[in-house]
Design a protein around this ligand. Sequence first.
Ligand code: ARG
Length: 564
Amino acid sequence: MQTFREEVIRLLLPHVPLEEQQISEDLETPPNPALGDFAFPCFKLAKEKRQAPPKIAAELVASLAGSELFERVEAKGPYINFYCNRKMLARLTVEKVLSEKGAYGQQQIGAGQNIVIDFSAPNIAKPFGVGHLRSTVIGHSLYRLYEALGYRCIGINHLGDWGTQFGKLIVAYLKWGNEERLQTDPINYLYELYVRFHQEAELDPQLDEEARSWFKKLEDGDQQARELWQRFRSLSLTEFKRIYQILDVEFDSYSGESFYNEMLDETIALVAEKDLASESEGALVVDLSEEGMPPCLLRKQDGATLYATRDLCAAIYRQQKYNFAQMLYVVGADQALHFRQLFAVLRKMGYAWADKCVHVPFGLIRYKDGKMSTRQGTLIFLEDVLQRATELAAKIIEEKNPGLVNKGEVARQVGIGAVIFGDLSNDRIKNIEFDWDKVLDFSGETAPYVQYAHARICSILRKAADWPGDYDASLLTTDEEQAVVGMLARFADTIKRAATTYKPSVMARYVVDLAAEFNRFYHQCPVLTAEGPLRNARLALIDAVRQVLVNGLYLLGIAAPEEM
Ligand code: ARG
C-alpha cells in the first residue's frame, strides 16, 4: 500500500497548499472498499479556497494527472476517492510478500532507537496467576510489534522480589515451614504459607509486627533473612522460567525490585538535593498536592523503602543505561495512580524524559464475584489454564485428525495459542471475566480458527507440489481475490497501528479478518482445479496469505502449526 499511498501524495502535492506529511496524515482508508482504497478529505481546503468542500473535491479531481497505479479517481461529496489499479495492487502486493517472507511488514521507523518494555513482573513466592498472564502476553506482543517497526526492544522483568511480603513469608516459614515440601513443590507451598500467614494474622496482629521487623532485618542485610530470601527467590524463578518457556517468552533482563537495593539511598539523596523530599509523620515523602495527587512515599517511618522508591530508582537507572525513546510499563489499570505519581516525581526532578514513560494499563481478570486475591487463595494458576487448554486441544485433535504426527506438540501450540489469543483479542483496557468455557472455546474468533486457516492453506499447497512457483498475480482481479489482496496490503499499517496504540488486539482482529477473507475467497474461487495461469496466481495468493498469517500470529506470540 505504501507505493500507492506515495503515489496519491505525489498526485495531490502540486494542487493543494499542504505539506507532504500533512497530506499523508489526512489520507483515510474508507471503511467500505466501494469508496475506494484511499480517501482524501477536502474540508481543510475550504477556508483558503472559500468554496464548499464538495466543489473543491470535484475541481481537484479534474486537475489531477493520470496514473497507472489507479484505475479510477472520483469525487464523492467532500472526498476524493482513489481506487487502486487491481492488477497492479495484486502484483505488487503478492510479489512483495513472497519475496520478503518473514520480513514482510517490517519497517524502519524505529531504527537506532531503544524501547524499554517492562512486563510480566510476577511476585516471587506467589504463584504465577492468570492476572500476570495479561501483562506477559500484551508485553510480549508489544515487544514483537515494536521490533517489527525497527526499534531495539529491551524486555525487562521487574520481578517483585523485594518488599514486606518477604517479612511475612520468613515469619511463616520459621513458624510452620516444612523443608521437604518446600523442595518438592516450592511455589504452591510458599503460596500456602502466605495464605496461612494472612489467616493467622487476622487473629494475631502481633504476626504483622514480626513480619515488619523481619523485612527490616532483610533490608539491613541480616544473614539468616538473606539466605531464606535467596532460596525463595531462586526456587520461584525456576518455576517462572518454565512457564515462560511454555509461552515462548524471553526477557533481556531479570533485574527486579531487589536489584536496586544498593542504589536507593542515592536516589533518595537525589530527591532531597532537589528539595523535593519532606518529612511527614516520620516518613519521607514527595508532596504532589500541586499535581492533585496524594504524596509519593519514599521511606517509611521505620526506614523501610517502598515499591515506589524502587520504581523511581529503576526509571533513572534505565534511562542512563538504555537512553530509551520510550519506556512502556505494561501493568494493570489498578496501578494507574502509582505510575502517575512516579512520572510526576520524575518530572519534578527535572527529567524531560519523564514524558517518554508510558503506563500501558490493562483491565483486570475478574473471577466470579470480585477480584482475584492472592491473599485469600482464590487465584487461578496459569499453569492449570495452559494445561487444561492443551488437554482440550489434544482431545479435539484426537477426534478430528487422529493420524496427525506430532500430536502432542500441535495440541500445545493450539491450546496455548487459544489462551494467548483469548486474552489479546480483548480490548486491553476492559476487564475480563474469567470463564473456562470461553477460554477453551475453539470456534468463532479464536486462535485455532486462524491456525486452522493456515494449516488448510499448507495442505492445499502440499497438494500442489507440481507448481514450480511461477505466477502472474495481476490475474487476481475478482472481488474475492481483491479483498484478500487488500488485506495483505494493509499488514504493515496494521502493525504500526497496533504498536502505536499499544493494542495487540488490533493485530488479533487483523489475523481473524484475514483468515475469514481467505475462507470466503476459497469458498468462491477454486484453486487446485483452476486452469493454468489462474491456478498459479491463486496458489501464489494463498501462499502469501499463509505467510502473512504466520507473520501476524508471530507478532501475537502464537505458533502456526502446518497441520492440525
Ligand atoms: N510486581 C508487580 C505486580 O505484580 C508489577 C511490577 C510492574 N513493574 C513495575 N516497574 N512497577 O503488581
